[in-house]
Design a protein around this ligand. Structure first.
Ligand SMILES: *Cc1c(COP(=O)(O)O)cnc(C)c1O
Length: 384
């Protein structure tokens, strides 16, 4: 039996054809027909479940998308940006690229995402302490679980602060019938190796207007002004997705819905097979509106106290010894040494989850038999 991985990329079959076309037509350069095609595929796919038109710019990484989102929102030196603490470091790092300060806000226990009440508390307290409003808010849909968007957006509107939605893990998740990533002023997608779809590496920024998308493309291609020579009036970046990588993305768009369905199936298996097992709880997010997570990763919480003090690290080691990959939940940003100086508004939720949680294999390559094997090892661990 081979190793069971957390979230292995899975090719649909047409990727090779698009990449071959790029070679055959000598478009092995950045930009080209696959980039335009991939962007319009993404737009059409998003617009199926959206209350407005979306414009997508394909970029070299989700991190680049977050960075350009902040550039577009005018975030700069001396600004503060509110960011979910319970996330991967890439949500927060680009704030520092702009010379701004991240302000971390903890999660609520229902979806593991930014707590709307704590968000408001943080905004009011920052305004009192600094005399200035935070410049942007970065909520995350952790593991593809939609955040309490209507409450978060209401707070953002109340204080008129733009939202940069980090939906890097939430491709295919919907909230109130609409795609995650389409609620904020900008939304972030990631096509890294283990995300919902891959371009081997890549990302995108979802915009609300063509003029925003054009401006993002301008920044992503070195901020070249429209002159017969190279004229620069802004600092630019080299952040566009290559035409070869976009070819992989075009193929992946044909299987993305299948991947979402399969990850949901795997999640339902974990839920039903582990129900009633003492000390093991599968995360079932409950948003404030009907929502449909992509279940990018299924996560469990190990309650050591109810199974003789054995904790999630021991379960992870046991599964590892059976060639099954797991991963601890993201370590909250307010606990990271690199962000020790950043202001944080904390309620204990993310730290508690970090101290019990494990992500289980959830990718489209995971078979029903794999799930059986994983579940029986977990049951054995919990003394069932
Ligand atoms: C993966 C990820 C990113 C960054 O995306 P890359 O494409 O890897 O740069 C940002 N935020 C979150 C929450 C992620 O999981």
């Amino acid at each position: 039996m081979g190793r069971i991985l957390l979230s292995l990329a899975h090719m649909g079959g047409d990727e090779r054809e698009y990449v071959r076309e790029a070679f055959d037509t000598n478009w092995v350069v950045p930009l080209g027909p696959n980039v335009n095609g991939f962007e319009s595929d993404l737009e059409q796919w998003l617009n199926r479940h959206s209350d407005h038109e979306n414009y997508v710019v394909a970029l070299s990484a989700g991190t680049a998308a977050l960075h350009l989102g902040l550039v577009m929102l005018g975030v700069g030196k001396g600004d503060e940006v509110i960011c979910q603490s319970f996330t991967f470091a890439a949500s927060a790092n680009p704030i520092t690229y702009q010379g701004a300060t991240p302000v971390f806000v903890d999660s609520e226990a229902d979806t593991w995402n930014m707590d709307p009440e704590l968000l408001e508390e943080a905004i009011v307290d920052r305004m009192n302490k600094t005399g200035k409003k935070p410049k942007a808010i970065i909520p995350v849909h952790l593991y593809g679980y939609p955040a309490k968007l209507s409450q978060l957006m209401a707070v953002a509107h109340k204080y008129d602060i733009p939202v940069l939605e980090d939906s890097a893990e939430a491709m295919g998740s919907t909230y109130d019938g609409l795609h995650c990533g389409t609620f904020g002023r900008f939304g972030v997608m990631s096509f890294n190796g283990n995300k919902m779809i891959t371009t081997s590496g890549g990302g995108a920024l979802i915009c609300r207007s063509k003029s925003d998308a054009d401006r993002v493309k301008f920044y992503a291609t070195q901020a070249r002004e429209n002159f017969p020579y190279y004229q620069h009036e802004n600092i630019g970046y080299n952040y566009r997705l290559s035409n070869v990588c976009a070819g992989i993305g075009r193929g992946q768009m044909k299987v993305v819905d299948q991947h979402v369905a399969r990850r949901n199936e795997i999640h339902r298996m974990y839920v039903s097979m582990l129900s009633g097992v003492d000390g093991i709880k599968v995360m079932e997010p409950k948003a404030d509106k009907p929502s449909s997570p992509n279940f990018w990763l299924s996560c469990i919480c190990v309650d050591a106290a109810s199974i003789g003090g054995k904790d999630y690290t021991q379960l992870s080691a046991l599964l590892g010894s059976h060639d099954i990959e797991t991963r601890p939940l993201w370590k909250p940003m307010h606990l990271q040494p690199v962000f020790s100086q950043a202001p944080a508004y904390v309620n204990g939720v993310s730290e508690r989850m970090f101290n019990c949680g494990l992500c289980l294999p959830s990718g489209p390559m995971v078979t029903d038999d794999d799930v059986d094997r994983i579940v029986s090892i977990i049951k054995g661990f919990a003394g069932h």
